[in-house]
Ligand binder design. Structure first.
Ligand SMILES: *Cc1c(COP(=O)(O)O)cnc(C)c1O
Length: 457
């Protein structure tokens, strides 16, 4: 039975509660109902075509409905879709773990699977906490807290929210959360009073150092989004910050957790963001791009040092008591393996670097628009901060919802992007060809210009 757009839209409004969405205003608009995808394009139920400028929430790598990824899934589904990793193993999860460890090279040696980025973060936090208890419960009894950055985002489950720093998402849950220690993040555009990039990095690292000096005995680990704080509005960190964080973690004997959920799998121009500063975290969280945007899968990677602290006789109680029903799902793992194989075979990483340079040039013209305050980019991750005034950097009254109007205009013009507060984000399908990147940037320009024109901004 084929339903019309109107029927589906009505059912959607009647039955579905959408994530991160104020449903009161959602139900007043015509929903976008996607039915198909091909390459960098999404198609709605009426056949209208859109460029996927948010990589379907930062996950899509090779494009939609990639023949080789489809085939890998078909092959796997003919064998088996799922069996459990609790007490047994399966072929794709073994091969994927081996591949991930080889990709990280050297110090990383174990992979623990889950199915969402938030779970990968929970697992990293629990591992870090239990690690200290397992190696010496007396000496490290105080190591119960985590340090995270201002405006940090690590997912929406309670542990992940506990280390989050975004008031808008997190404040309401405060009574439910464990304690977190916040340190400043190098948000260059909004920290000019601290000086240039280098001085801002120095200031942030000095604050972290002071916190660690005073409180390292209470700290199990520091968790960071390496290079780019995505959900906070694509806050790109200047060079040297991540390396500085790593150095301080080593100096004060706390674990370093790198949340690569958003930035992993080529998004910033290297397979993993940590590579760019030669950083070797104790725990790594992977998600989003891991399956190329096909199926939910996440992983927490760690070192032999941490893993071995959990070894012992059953009665020693060193076991990591954590697991999810669909852990190591065969379909997810097989498509993830193929995704990684194709990233290598298709030379995607050098292509991302090449296109990132072209994109940088294309984006410059956005500064001609009087409400564009800052354009931030790392690889194929772009944030465009909308302001009332380029000089004062003041943002518009939130109730005006100008950013939402801009993305609706872009949608009318055939591009899907999303705002994060006052920041428009452009996170294209990673394999988007340069002509389509150019078309997308033109649409963003025209949509903002349209807003400036109609509202006389
Ligand atoms: C998206 C994201 C998460 C959460 O992943 P989910 O799959 O949505 O649970 C965690 N950390 C970062 C940095 C993210 O961008």
């Amino acid at each position: 039975m084929k339903y019309s757009y109107e029927q589906l839209a009505q059912f959607d409004k009647q039955y579905v509660w959408h994530p991160f969405t104020q449903m009161q205003s959602y139900v007043e608009e015509d929903p976008l109902i996607i039915e198909k995808g091909k390459g960098s394009y999404l198609f709605d139920v009426e056949g209208k075509r859109y460029l996927d400028g948010y990589a379907s929430l930062w996950v899509n790598v090779h494009g939609h409905s990639d023949p080789e990824l489809n085939e890998a899934l078909h092959e796997q589904i003919e064998k088996i879709s799922h069996s459990t990793l609790l007490g047994s193993a399966n072929v794709p999860s073994i091969l994927l773990a081996k591949k991930l460890v080889e990709m990280w090279g050297g110090h990383i040696s174990k992979v623990f699977y889950s199915d969402t980025g938030a779970a990968a973060v929970e697992i990293a936090l629990k591992m870090a906490y239990q690690y200290w208890k397992n190696i010496d419960p007396v000496r490290y009894r105080g190591k119960n807290k985590f340090i995270s950055l201002k405006e940090a985002y690590h997912g929406d489950t309670i542990g992940a929210v506990s280390v989050g720093g975004m008031d808008l998402f997190h404040r309401i849950f405060e009574p439910l959360l464990f304690e977190r220690i916040e340190v400043p993040a190098p948000y260059v555009y909004r920290m000019s009073e601290y000086g240039d990039e280098e001085e801002i990095v120095r200031y942030c690292l000095a604050e972290l150092e002071q916190t660690l000096e005073e409180r390292h005995e209470e700290v199990a680990g520091v968790i960071v989004e390496p290079l780019v704080q995505g959900a906070a509005g694509i806050i790109t960190h200047p060079a040297g910050f991540l390396k500085g964080v790593e150095k301080l973690c080593r100096q004060y004997d706390v674990l370093l957790i790198c949340d690569e959920v958003a930035v992993g799998f080529g998004r910033t121009g290297t397979m993993f963001a940590c590579e760019q500063e030669g950083v070797q975290p104790d725990l790594v969280c992977l998600g989003k791009g891991i399956t190329g945007g096909y199926l939910p899968l996440a992983a927490t990677l760690t070192t032999e040092q941490i893993y071995s602290a959990f070894l012992g006789e059953a009665q020693e109680n060193k076991t990591f008591f954590h697991g999810h029903t669909y852990t190591g799902n065969q379909l997810s793992c097989s498509v993830a393996l193929k995704n990684i194989e194709l990233i290598e075979k298709r030379n995607l990483i050098p292509e991302v670097q090449r296109k990132a340079r072209l994109l940088e040039g294309m984006l410059q013209k956005l500064y001609e628009l009087p409400i564009v305050g800052d354009v931030r980019q790392k690889g194929l991750m772009v944030g465009i901060e909308i302001v009332q005034d380029q000089k004062t950097k003041e943002i518009f009254d939130r109730s005006k919802q100008f950013e939402h109007q801009i993305i609706l205009e872009a949608r009318r013009r055939g591009l899907i992007i999303r705002p994060l507060g006052p920041v428009l984000t452009f996170i294209p399908v990673l394999a988007m060809p340069e002509e389509q990147l150019e078309e997308a940037v033109d649409i963003i320009f025209d949509s903002i210009a349209e807003m400036v024109h109609t509202k006389q901004l």
